[in-house]
Ligand binder design. Sequence first.
Ligand SMILES: *[C@@H]1O[C@H](CO)[C@@H](O)[C@H](O)[C@H]1NC(C)=O
Ligand SMILES: *[C@@H]1O[C@H](CO)[C@@H](O)[C@H](O)[C@H]1NC(C)=O
Ligand SMILES: *[C@@H]1O[C@H](CO)[C@@H](O)[C@H](O)[C@H]1NC(C)=O
Ligand SMILES: *[C@@H]1O[C@H](CO)[C@@H](O)[C@H](O)[C@H]1NC(C)=O
Length: 659
Amino acid sequence: MFFKYLLFFLLLSRFSASQQEDVGFTYNGFKGVNMSLDGLAQITDNGILLMANTTKREVAHAFYPHLVSFINSSSGNVLSFSTTFVFAMSSELPTLGGPGIVFVISPSRRFPGALPSSYLGLFNTTNIGNSSNHVVGVELDTLQNTEFNDIPDNHVGIDINDLKSVKAARASYFSDQENRRVNLNLISGHPMQLWVEYSGSKKQLNVTLAPTNVPKPTIPLLSLKINLSRFMVDPMFVGFSSSTSSLAVSYFVLGWSFKIKGKAKELSLSQLPKLPRMGPKPKPKIFTIGFPVIGASLVLILIFIIQFIVGRKKKFAEVLEDWELEYGPQRFRYKDLYIATKGFNDKELLGIGGFGKVYKGILPTSKEVAVKRVSHDSRQGVREFIAEIASIGKLRHRNIVTLLGYCRRKEELLLVYDFMPNGSLDKFLFDQSTTKAKLSWKQRFQIIKGVASALLYLHEEWEQVVVHRDVKSSNVMLDKELNGKLGDFGLARLYDRGEDPKSTHVVGTFGYLAPELSRTGKVSPTMDVFAFGVFLLEMACGRRPIEPRASEECIVLVDWVISSWNSGTILDTVDPKLEMNYEVEEMELVLKLGLLCSQSIPTARPCMRQVVRYLEGEVPQPKLPSLRRSVSAPSEGPYLLGNSSSPSSIANSVLSGGR
Ligand SMILES: *[C@@H]1O[C@H](CO)[C@@H](O)[C@H](O)[C@H]1NC(C)=O
Ligand SMILES: *[C@@H]1O[C@H](CO)[C@@H](O)[C@H](O)[C@H]1NC(C)=O
Ligand SMILES: *[C@@H]1O[C@H](CO)[C@@H](O)[C@H](O)[C@H]1NC(C)=O
Ligand SMILES: *[C@@H]1O[C@H](CO)[C@@H](O)[C@H](O)[C@H]1NC(C)=O
């Protein structure tokens, strides 16, 4: 009976011993696997053994839950064993990892008082290095710890009872294909495989590393002759330990195979769980695509808006200087004028004068205006010019186009006038499309009287003497009732009464320029009288002061009228379009007055007050002497231009040069 029991006991113990010796397992992923986990260690839903995924300084332990016997009970020597596992490590920093993972054989799977960080959750300051630890490990270290004589980070080392590796090497593998060592970065986040193999007979520990896409290298990374029997006890636990420092790291073990006595079964890589996205935390598409796109769009929109505002500001930029402030009420905002003229639309163009385009505009108050754009290159004289404009703006006469105000931009001046629905007089007077007069003599005479009274006002009745300097039919505007209004003071220059007239360069319109102007350059009201004389002849004869297409005798209007006067046929010059419908007395007066005013000697011309008296019939008609043709008196100079000696040359310069 006793023997029976003994036999049974022996059998049992032998059975259990053989059970322990034969320990072997293969986990292609840890789903459903009974692991002894501790600290940070956890098995994820898809079967990854997660050793660390934190920035906390903590430890993690994951052990096979059962004890494993490593020692041959009869010889006392450590049996051969072999293990392999697939791992992956990543870090928030591309070159700096945490402490890493250790494959551990240890008498206990609990490590009370063990420190995290570089102590790898295995030791503390008091027990590190003690032979009583009986810990054998292989570390995958990505952190260089000078205290443990680590070779630079990113190494694999064999540790016994201590973290000062017995042997270590930079992470690499021997590529059989390329016949050379290839370096590896342990924290690349790419899965790698480690083999740890101990031969009990050769007392040799081999450690081999390789990326998972490479077959197991024939030459191990570390090969150490060591009698592990001196360090190990029986039985022991096998598993993994890791710890974290303050770096954000993730350590994964994807599969593990272990075998006592013999070769561990190879892992089936295709069955291993898939790694989660490595490196920077996977962000929702909204971050990787959405936000950049939205951001870029916002930036573009912002740039667009800024450009729009800047462009708008530039578009509507005005020049306003301190000295202009006194003219405040007469200043218009460019923006208002821009809107009024529909952006200076060509459809609103009323005409193109010598100094700029004139546009029709409608102010916000629904008042109709004419806006003249005058370009000015230099800042020189602008101040005086504005001063003139400002004072002209104060001119109020029923036969003067009211200047409502101005606006100044960098190289542009905008003058705002009352809108004249019927446009300029010359269009009526010289209309080629009809043989019938568009303006009756009555209307013409009315216009003449109006312009005369306007000039009288400018010359004598206002607080300053104003010389218009550009009296001509195209500068006389017609209002709704066809009243003539003198307009376009763009060239007018003012000078105070009593002061010497200022010298200035010749401005005005060819054909209306008093001859003395080209000699003296002096501006005086008599030059307006001269131009008014030419204007009178225009009104009576219905033709321009210079008509290049006419016969040589008639090219220059004044000369033609003079010669007709001398030959006693002055009424032959009357506008045929009037079809004899005129008051002969008025007509003779206008023609004679025209000749009187356009005499080349300034002092021989009447003043505007006299002219008005004649026109109003307050004084009898002037007596005209026999007049010389102006061009036939070279000593006086031709009445038009300095040295032109014949009408044809004048005509030529009209044809070739224009205004
Ligand atoms: C896991 O193993 C431990 C130790 O042997 C045991 O106590 C526990 O019941 C096992 N758990 C499962 C789910 O098998
Ligand atoms: C790691 O930790 C983060 C934050 O706690 C968590 O969102 C993520 O799912 C974890 N990764 C894994 C593989 O468990
Ligand atoms: C160090 O570790 C040992 C074994 O785990 C433990 O008994 C001891 O109390 C620890 N010492 C300290 C200071 O934590
Ligand atoms: C290995 O170590 C054990 C225990 O120290 C010893 O009994 C054995 O003889 C050693 N084997 C060799 C080959 O040195």
